[in-house]
Design a protein around this ligand. Sequence first.
Ligand code: ADP
Ligand code: MG
Length: 439
Amino acid sequence: MNGNEIWDEALQLLSKKLTRVIYDSVISPLQVYSFDNSTLILLTKNPFYKDTINSKYISVLDEALWEVSRKKIKAIIYNESDLEKKEQIKKDEIINNSPYSQYNFDNYIAGSNNKLAYSAALSVAKNPGTAHNPLFLYGGVGLGKTHLMYAILNYIKETNPSKKILYCTSEDFTNELIKAIRESKNEEFREKYRQIDVLLIDDIQFLINKESTQEEFFHTFNALYQTKRQIVISSDQPPNKLNGLQERLTSRFAQGLPADISKPNFETRAAILEKKIQNYGLRTPSEVVSYIAENIDSNIRELEGALNRVISYCELSNNPINLENTIIALNEIIYKAKKQDITAPYIIEVVAQNFNITKEDISGKKRTANIALARQISMYLITKYTDLTLVTIGKAHFGGKDHTTISHGCKKIAQLLENPNENELQATVSAIEETLHSK
Ligand code: ADP
Ligand code: MG
């Protein structure tokens, strides 16, 4: 039996030995990385799980491996940063090992942030080569580009199994090209790529400044395009912002359908969480979903990471998934994010913008009601989001004001925020906080 076969059988045993949540969220997503008859290296995408597995489940894994193979096989857990250390490991091997079958359209939540990308991807999957060519998906990290590409791949594999379809990152493409050149197999390389019906190239920005790879890709692109084969490309930038990529490439990208994926809003974030929770077969109070969706707005990968963290925390500590435990489980990451990004000068800047006054107005001595209020809101938010002492805040950010003045300002705003008649102030402060978090 090879590593994958052993692991598949071990998984069946593990699904009975472990609770559903642990099995679904921690164990079944593990990917076989390598196997040499005595050690099975498994890969987790979630760094938090590496420790969890090592401390709680490694003996169950070893036991299951013994039961299916009757050999002493040691399971070793790697996360992606372990892999990065091991240079000889090729990313495409990992990708080929894993079906990524959960990256499908059913699990993809369509929201206002990805509407066009989603519907275009679906029509490409239904009618490859005829709908939008190339489909060019672009957006920041962790927002769902790779997921959509795999959704296209999985959909076509299922509905159109005779189609030759290839997913690779532009790094894979580059490495393969370099290898082909080294081994004088340029023709085989070309042949391979030109037979493909659907080519999905992820993260095209890695071709920036790689002139000869761009040259080769340009010819591949044209060969496929002219014979109406489907090309799907993803990038972290729109075509016209890909500086360092040849103009003849970017102009071809722009001729198809560029579709952007932006950050999801609160409702979409909540819907994504609901979907994941449902897939795990769990139920959680809606306030748990709201809390996570409100606090984690950087990207969807982090949103998922936060949810997994909450689930494992509750599972491992034998606690119910409720708001209280969610706050504890996420305390560290939310607190860290706040500390890193939100500094006193930045708060002052955002408050000033919101009140349409200058930063100097806030830190200075003017006493008009509007400026005084903006100043006190700044004091309040600085104590809320930073670790600075009242003394430092007064000295460094408000022209040498005494700490009692800072303390008074903070208390006053805190009181107003509790007051049901102060809707307008509450809305102002929430709008400012929203801006602070969207940095
Ligand atoms: P990117 O390639 O843009 O960096 P990914 O496609 O890897 O991002 O997405 C990161 C994670 O977020 C994946 O686990 C993916 O399944 C999930 N995800 C992204 N967008 C959505 C969505 N709209 N609905 C559900 N899950 C999503
Ligand atoms: Mg990606």
